[in-house]
Design a protein around this ligand. Structure first.
Ligand SMILES: [Zn+2]
Length: 194
């Protein structure tokens, strides 16, 4: 490859990777599967077709954190890459709550974490690529979300002095952003599998 010339995408991070190349963990799946009980440990495996592509151990410390246990590096130089991941919860209907990972890099809530270079972090921190036609929409959604998040306390908590009605409305918009983004992403993933 030539150096120094103009190329498409110059100025953007050049190390984006596609989502399908990364191992991912989905807290919603573990939650629905009933895995998230304090003290529980289980093994989570990935497959491509019938081929196993890796696995990790998961230890649930409690409602506030869990540990992803795995080794990183090549066969002759393996080291423990395990990470403790904080969890956050948002209330939903019928007194239930929905768990989220707290991304260990940016501290934002995330439903899915991706492993890259030996550690897990959210899609944004890991620079996971979307289908290009979705980028504009997704960028807009991220910008909208960031703007609202800047008005809230960490993990979408209500700041002192903000009216409950205002807070509820902002949360609605945030959930809408996330849902639209997840939908967009699911469609993107489906296209890849076709
Ligand atoms: Zn992050």
């Amino acid at each position: 490859m030539s150096r120094g010339g103009m190329r498409y995408g110059a100025g953007r991070p050049s190390y984006k990777v596609k989502a399908e190349h990364l191992q991912r963990v989905d807290i919603g799946r573990w939650h629905r599967g009933g895995f998230l009980h304090t003290g529980r440990s289980f093994t989570w495996s990935w497959h491509r077709g019938d081929e196993p592509t890796g696995n990790i151990g998961v230890l649930v410390h409690g409602v506030d954190s869990l540990r992803l246990q795995y080794m990183v590096g090549s066969d002759d130089q393996r080291r423990d890459g395990s990470q403790t991941i904080q969890l956050a919860h948002t209330a939903c209907n019928y007194g239930k709550s929905r768990p989220w990972f707290v991304c260990p890099v940016c501290q934002r809530r995330a439903g899915v974490l991706y492993m890259r270079a030996g550690r897990f972090a959210c899609r944004r921190c890991q620079k996971v690529a979307y289908a290009s036609q979705s980028c504009d929409l997704l960028d807009r959604l991220w910008r909208k979300q960031s703007k609202i998040e800047s008005r809230l306390v960490q993990h979408w908590q209500r700041p002192k002095g903000m009216r409950r009605g205002t807070y509820a409305r902002l949360i609605e918009v945030l959930l809408d952003c996330e849902e639209r983004r997840e939908n967009e992403f699911a469609q993107f993933a489906a296209r890849l599998l076709m």
